[in-house]
Design a protein around this ligand. Structure first.
Ligand SMILES: C[S@@+](CC[C@H](N)C(=O)[O-])C[C@H]1O[C@@H](n2cnc3c(N)ncnc32)[C@H](O)[C@@H]1O
Length: 285
């Protein structure tokens, strides 16, 4: 059977280390370790390391998600699993991470086992379009749905938020962090912003990037009450969690040219201020 080509299948191949894949996961691992998202900017500004900042961000999101022993959590786009393992170990929650790239999940399962978390952390490979329905789960299954820099890949973000609403229990929380764009300095029109953001989307296989407000609006339309919609880098350049350029230059694995072109486009968008990272907290009524 041939699988129809789609943006979602391009993203699957982008991360995949299996034959035919672009192995971005391996590059991200070389550059960022087992957690691939921006950290708490105040921690980095105070001299903390990128890793300390990531942990602070993760625990901030976990507090807003009200994670505690026994909580059932779905983490959408769980990457190499570092966040899920940390969240389960520190909160006592049970976490299922999902990705449509199987090679990522194989790594994440090994990581969970190495940390003795194999009982409470699992990683499921879902179909390219399953994020639109989460068909594998019954309604009102989870206490929290979390995402860290993964929804930006989805062409149909509205369907994701609607599906997340369905699988959350009443009172459950949707908490996430993501890449977004914004007007900044002299770059204010759609055309000016697109010129800087489109290459980022192309190289990192992102669907149209959203804004702080477009995410909040989509959550509201899906039935959530949004309590927080914050730009982590409000009024300043988003320069957090940027690994040293040398680390990127030293990367010589598969798809090196693609990874370097992506880094270059992201640096330009960061320096122009139109790229930033937002986070949201929403409650299912
Ligand atoms: C940048 S990584 C996220 C990093 C990760 N949250 C972490 O904590 O390190 C993006 C993730 O989104 C997942 N993803 C992208 N599109 C997807 C889709 N259509 N269905 C399921 N997962 C998807 C990728 O497989 C990957 O795990």
């Amino acid at each position: 059977m041939t699988v129809a080509e789609s943006h979602e299948s391009d993203v699957r191949r982008f991360y995949s280390e299996d034959p035919g894949g672009e192995a971005a996961a391996r590059a991200y691992h070389a550059l960022m370790g087992d957690m691939w998202f921006h950290g708490d900017w105040s921690v980095q500004k105070a001299g903390g390391t990128a890793h300390e900042a990531k942990l602070a961000m993760l625990h901030r999101l976990a507090r807003h998600a009200r994670l505690e022993a026994g909580s059932r959590v779905l983490e959408f786009g769980s990457g190499y699993g570092g966040a899920a393992v940390e969240l389960a170990a520190t909160s006592g929650a049970t976490i299922v991470g999902v990705s449509n790239t199987d090679s990522i999940n194989r790594y994440a399962r090994r990581l969970a086992a190495q940390h003795g978390m194999g009982e409470r952390v699992s990683f499921k490979t879902i179909g390219d379009h399953d994020y639109k329905t989460f068909v594998d789960w019954q309604s009102e299954t989870f206490d929290a749905v979390m995402f860290m820099e993964s929804v930006c890949h989805l062409p149909n973000k509205h369907a994701f938020f609607t599906a997340a609403h369905r699988i959350l229990k009443p009172g459950g929380r949707l908490v996430g962090l993501d890449w977004i764009h914004r007007p900044f300095g002299p770059h204010r029109t759609t055309e000016q912003i697109s010129r800087l953001i489109n290459p980022v989307c192309e190289y990192f296989r992102l669907a149209d990037l959203g804004t702080l407000d477009s995410y909040a609006q989509m959550m509201k339309r899906a039935g959530f009450v949004v309590t927080h919609a914050r730009d982590e880098f409000a009024d300043e350049l988003c320069l957090g969690s940027t690994e040293p350029s040398q680390a990127w230059r030293d990367y010589d694995g598969r798809s090196q040219d693609l990874i370097m072109a992506g880094k270059h486009s992201l640096d330009i968008a960061r320096a122009a201020g139109v790229f930033t990272v937002g986070w949201w907290v929403a409650e299912r009524s």
